[in-house]
Ligand binder design. Structure first.
Ligand code: BGC
Length: 441
């Protein structure tokens, strides 16, 4: 057997998560949730949202601001009740220009500059003679003491804007709206995107108990039957991307060591779209370094961190042609790697599949951990609402996730559904605003 095949077999063993490991991770995740709820040390932040399941009778027209990472979106959304809504207007703008002439997510920008830019995008939709209640989906770990206040605990997804960590995000947004003469826009609620996804799905399907994002970032929220502060049911944002009791490989360590914040967001670094391309690149580099790929003369190109994106990993998996021609064209045209052999391309494809399957299985293990906590006997139906490019578009991802749930739950998997919930962060912000407006009426 060739050295390359032997090395790929070793990688397959290293990156596979067995059924036994799935159960161990699920148990551990469940225990870590309980620790977090009890205020003990836990990598899971268990952040209260001050929201419960929607009544499904939420109605009205609201502005939804969606700030999830690289883009900001503003939607003017009308809710009609029972899952029906209409988006009347929307704008979407990158927070970092392609030619880099502005970049509000680097450490050269401040929170005031970032929120001024966001307020300007809101200004593009609103009329001066109307007032607009606004819900803000802010997809970062935020400590909330009410539905409309939230202090950023830490940036994730490699964002570094200054003077936001430790600040109340609603205060920053309100000040920027005032500077932009938009005092007719009234922030009413701040939510995480996982909470928005859960709300949006539960607006149509009352069995939804879990909302999750499998995209650029990764995180999950769920309905806690007994939130410790209120002793009532409440949606909790787990910030599960920070879970860290996992079977790390040397490649995970390399990625983490070179990341903005080593030691944090360890699950997110193993599973999310922002990092899977980098994992594949690091593993491919190790094969290049060992001289196992014929195209090794081009290894300098692969040395560039974050060269590969989630979309590249999709491309590697989508190519089913006999000679992997699509992969070959991409290597030639985008990476200037002209001398790849079929085994090089097969190796890259195999690595991409291993990394993605591992991601789906780890994510499924965390869902199993949540279900163990909220319904140990699995007596009720649970819909898991999921949004994000990995779940929606990555070949084989959704099926690997569902197969893992079935593998662990056996026949009881009939009680667990997963649904793609698109636009959950935008619609969810409108639903949260409707709830806030109703409560404060
Ligand atoms: C953030 C979460 C967010 C997730 C998905 C993570 O990096 O910490 O708050 O829900 O990305 O956007």
């Amino acid at each position: 057997m060739s050295h390359l095949l032997t090395q790929l077999q070793a990688l397959t063993i290293e990156l596979s998560i067995s059924s036994g490991q799935i159960n161990i991770i699920a148990d551990c995740f469940c225990q870590t949730m309980i620790d977090g709820l009890l205020g003990k040390y836990s990598p899971l932040k268990m952040l209260p949202s001050y929201l419960n399941k929607p009544s499904r009778d939420e109605r009205g027209t609201f502005l939804a601001l969606d700030f999830g990472g690289t883009n900001v979106r503003v939607l003017l959304t009308e809710l009609f009740g029972n899952g029906i809504f209409k988006v009347h207007a929307r704008v979407s703008s990158p927070l970092r220009a392609i030619d880099d002439h502005y970049n509000y997510i680097s450490n050269h920008s401040t929170g005031d500059q970032l929120f001024d830019f966001i307020a300007m995008q809101i200004g593009m939709i609103v009329k001066q003679d109307q007032t607009y209640p606004l819900g803000h989906t802010f997809s970062f770990p935020t400590h909330q003491t009410s539905l409309n206040t939230g202090t950023l605990i830490d940036w994730t997804k490699e964002i570094e804007t200054q003077n936001v960590v430790g600040h109340d995000v609603t205060t920053l947004l309100t000040a920027a709206l005032t500077r932009q003469q938009l005092t007719n826009v009234l922030p009413k609620a701040i939510i995480n995107d996982t909470v928005g996804t859960l709300l949006t799905s539960a607006y149509t399907d009352p069995t939804t108990t879990i909302g999750s994002i499998c995209g650029t970032g990764h995180n999950t929220a769920y309905i806690e039957p007994c939130e410790p502060l209120t002793k009532q049911s409440m949606i909790i944002n787990l910030e599960s991307g920070n879970f860290d009791q996992l079977p790390f490989t040397i490649y995970d360590k390399i990625l983490d060591d070179h990341s903005e914040k080593p030691g944090s967001q360890r699950l997110e670094k193993m599973v999310s779209g922002h990092y899977i391309g980098e994992q594949v690149r690091i593993i491919a580099c190790s094969l290049f370094d060992a001289g196992l790929l014929a195209a090794c003369s081009n290894k300098k190109i692969l040395a560039k961190p974050y060269l590969l994106s989630g979309a590249h990993i999709s491309l590697l998996q989508e190519d089913t042609s006999e000679n992997l021609d699509v992969i070959n064209n991409w290597l030639i045209e985008d990476l200037d790697i002209k001398n790849s052999t079929l085994s090089d391309r097969q190796a890259l494809k195999t690595i991409a599949a291993l990394v993605c399957t591992r991601s789906a299985r780890l994510v499924a293990a965390t869902y199993l951990g949540i279900i163990k906590h909220i319904d140990p006997q699995l007596k009720n139906s649970h819909n898991i609402a999921i949004d994000g490019s990995l779940y929606e578009k990555m070949p084989g991802y959704a099926s690997a996730l569902r197969e893992t749930l079935a593998e662990a739950l056996g026949q009881k998997v009939i009680n667990v559904t997963t649904t793609l919930t698109k636009d959950g962060s935008g619609i969810g912000a409108a639903i949260a605003t409707a709830i806030a407006v109703h409560v404060t009426k």
